[in-house]
Design a protein around this ligand. Structure first.
Ligand code: ADP
Ligand code: MG
Length: 311
């Protein structure tokens, strides 16, 4: 079943909030869900009530020390919702990974052992396009892009779409964009509605922009401090309803994608892929282009790694 990257290189756009609460809403519908915390800040881990400094087997040990992913899957407060947490070692991973030739495939390989146990695997990505996000995109069937309806919204997406197309070309040809999600949505402001229209126009016929938007509400900001998803913290709130409806949309999109994929050379699937990439089709690049900035490692990835040896 689908592995979904929740990705946007901008911080504070609602990735973690979307990852936790979508995962929870899917779990509420009876889907068995694994949330993978791939952000060195570990916000998803903390928001589900785990203490990062007390997590000894985490995504870090799985990626970097070859620990079986199965041993790092923990139950959460909610039935059907499981967490593969981050701990305080993860910030070191970006740098430590630079001289591993298989560095882009570590997550994909690690998840093989747990893949069949879950209906959905959601990956909360860091706010960068570094090697951890590349691992996530390489391991995923599709990407969900949370974004705020604000000035220059589309401009911020270009870099992400470019990265997705580079991953498609080099690491994971079957990656699709499942959809764009508006977060912290305030329909009362004109700017929000204008940006929403612009983004919906832009993606029309190319990629899904989810009908359901996530409202801006303090409830969503409060829930993490109680260590629970919104569907448990404020079950009847608009935000809970929004995530429940989004879960239905996501189930629909991912199942459609699987059906199209099963038909062979999946025209539908590739259409959305290429269009997403097509937004930046003039920008050809190597994986090295998307190495993290500021870590001094951009030259480590000149040639893309060999294709995965995965059956
Ligand atoms: N819909 C929302 N309404 C109000 N606050 C929100 C909403 N979504 C996220 N937030 C808050 O905004 C901040 C950033 O959200 P977060 O999900 O952590 O973004 P990211 O993971 O992209 O950095 C957090 O403090 C979060 O609680
Ligand atoms: Mg986050």
């Amino acid at each position: 079943m689908p592995v979904i990257s929740i990705a946007n290189q901008k911080g504070g756009v609602g990735k973690t909030t979307s990852a936790i609460n979508l995962a929870s809403a899917l779990a509420e519908r009876g889907k068995k869900v694994l949330l993978v915390d791939l952000d060195p800040q570990g916000n998803a881990t903390t928001s589900l009530g785990f203490n990062r400094s007390e997590v000894f087997i985490s995504i870090y040990e799985v990626l970097m020390e070859g620990m079986d992913a199965e041993s790092a899957v923990f139950p959460t407060i909610q039935d059907n919702l499981f967490l593969l947490p981050a701990n305080e070692n993860l910030p070191g991973a970006e740098v430590q990974l630079t001289d591993r030739p298989d560095r882009a495939y570590l997550l994909k390989h690690a998840l093989i052992n747990v893949y069949s146990r879950f209906d959905y695997i959601l990956i909360d990505c860091p706010p960068s396009l570094g090697i951890l996000t590349i691992n996530s995109l390489t391991a995923s069937d599709g990407v969900l892009v949370p974004m705020q309806a604000e000035f220059l919204a589309l401009e911020g997406l270009t870099q992400l779409l470019k990265t997705i197309s580079i991953v498609q070309e080099n690491l994971n040809p079957s990656l699709v964009v499942y959809g764009v999600l508006f977060t912290m949505y305030d329909g009362r402001t004109r700017l929000t509605r204008e940006v929403e229209n612009e983004v919906r126009d832009y993606f029309k016929g190319r990629a899904v922009v989810f009908e359901n938007v996530i409202p801006r509400t303090v409830r969503l900001a409060e829930a993490p401090s109680h260590g629970v998803p919104i569907t448990l913290y404020a079950s009847k709130s608009n935000a809970s309803e929004a995530f429940r409806n989004l879960a239905l949309e996501v189930i629909n999109v991912t199942e459609t994608s699987v059906r199209e994929g099963a038909q062979g050379p999946d025209p539908g699937k590739h259409e959305s892929v290429e269009t997403a990439g097509g937004a930046a089709a003039d920008t050809k690049g190597e994986i090295g282009d998307v190495a993290p900035s500021g870590t001094g490692v951009t030259d480590q990835t000149e040639s893309p790694p060999a294709p995965p040896v995965v059956s």
